[in-house]
Design a protein around this ligand. Sequence first.
Ligand code: MSP
Length: 517
Amino acid sequence: MAASNTYYITTPIYYVNDVPHIGHAYTTLACDVLARFQRLDGRTVKFLTGTDEHGQKVEKSAQAKGMDPQLFCDGVSQNFRDLSLLMNYSEDEFIRTTEDRHTQASQALWQAVIHAGNDDIYLGKYAGWYSVRDEAFYGEEEITDGADGKVGPTGAPVEWVEEPSYFFRLSAWQDRLLEFYDANPEFILPRNRRNEVVSFVKGGLRDLSISRTSFKWGIPVPGDPDHIMYVWFDALTNYITAAGYPDTDSEHFKTFWPATVHVVGKDIVRFHAVYWPAFLMAAGVAPPKRVFAHGWWTVEGQKMSKSLGNFIPPHEIVDKYGVDSVRYFMLRELPFGNDGDFSHRAMVHRLNSDLANDLGNLVQRVLSMINRNCEAQIPNPGDLHDEDTKLLGVSETLLSTVRDLISRQEIHLALEEIWRVIADANRYVDAMAPWELRKSDPDRMASVLFTLAETIRRIAILVQPFVPTAAGRILDQLAVGEGARSFATITGDTKLVPGIPLPKPEGVFPRFVDEAA
Ligand code: MSP
């Protein structure tokens, strides 16, 4: 088992020919926050994202452009690297499934299943429905009549496929999967998703076609190159490729596998929580520790779709509102796990109330008062009163509350808790009215401003995973060095040092005024 001070988190690898939209941005954003949080909390983190480059859909897109599929992928994979830069993700590795190491890992996994000797992979013939858009096989009972022909449960068109195929004997894994879910009650989160998966598996499992012969763009099946692997067999393997599979004795593999958490959208839970652990167990490899499924975003109340043309490219909102505001909004607006709606109105509301008013104003007021009234230096705490130590106590215990929530991926609740302390700090400023103490009791004013500056320091350290650039600017303004920003500095002896000179304060979260309105 990976030691508890390591943390391996993955995003789904993105279909390489998709044009990134806010739904894609969301999955990786959540992972980025979790990864940054664990790093600041002293863990050794591996955060993986990348692109899923094989399959019929990609082959067709390349053909439509008259391009060699590899060259086509080399070009479009960049879109997702650009997304990382735009959204300020901190991934440690970006994997592409067309890399050699991945071909080797996928073939090794396939062979490990064969070598286990349980006949879990066998040659047969597939006859059934396939959706190229979803890259998924569907049972007869899942097919309905759409406007232009048969469609699968997601509304994607399906076609009838008949071809020789290798199968994975998933039907034999029902009991072992159910035992595994029982023994690991938090393997699938949130709970409602877990219940769905358990009842799906209880309903009986069909063997899964895991190779195709009617097209070429994929990883050849070892020993039978007329077949290429079903794209999901190959895609899921990326998580162990990046950990160094098949070299399971390597330090890297032993450090990071099993992964701490695969974060996925609710649409791909079945692949991650049913097929993937079964493939791994059949190959004698430990399954990941957790699959967390988040919900889907709609836009202004409507599903994002090609026909409505309402996909929001992430750069559109980042250019308009700023990257930290977009990050904050997406994480705070809905419970992680639920569906939610993106609207400009809601975005502007959050930005102005939570960021500009609550946090931005607090920082701006306190730093300006210190600048004007304390010779632009960290003030002397002097004798602290009960109300001061109370606020300092609250901002210190906040770390353990937030840590606990983040360990369960309750990102929105973590933000709620942090903002509760921001509200406490704002109430404290109003109650203490330090501006009135300037003449009457300058020592008391210094204590109050010290208490506030120290509270802001802790809050800024804690919000780094969510709004990294703004948090960094607040810490710069408090003269907190780059090396003194880990969570370990929230508790314990670290405090702001009186007398340290501070730079001139500048606003961090301006109010958003809609020019068009
Ligand atoms: N390539 C597969 C994943 C293979 S993982 C071994 C895939 N790619 S995807 O590009 O279609 O989706 C990537 C992620 O984006 C998924 O987690 C999916 O749920 C998420 N989203 C796509 N549209 C979304 C929304 N509208 N809202 C939220 N997330 C959504 O699936």
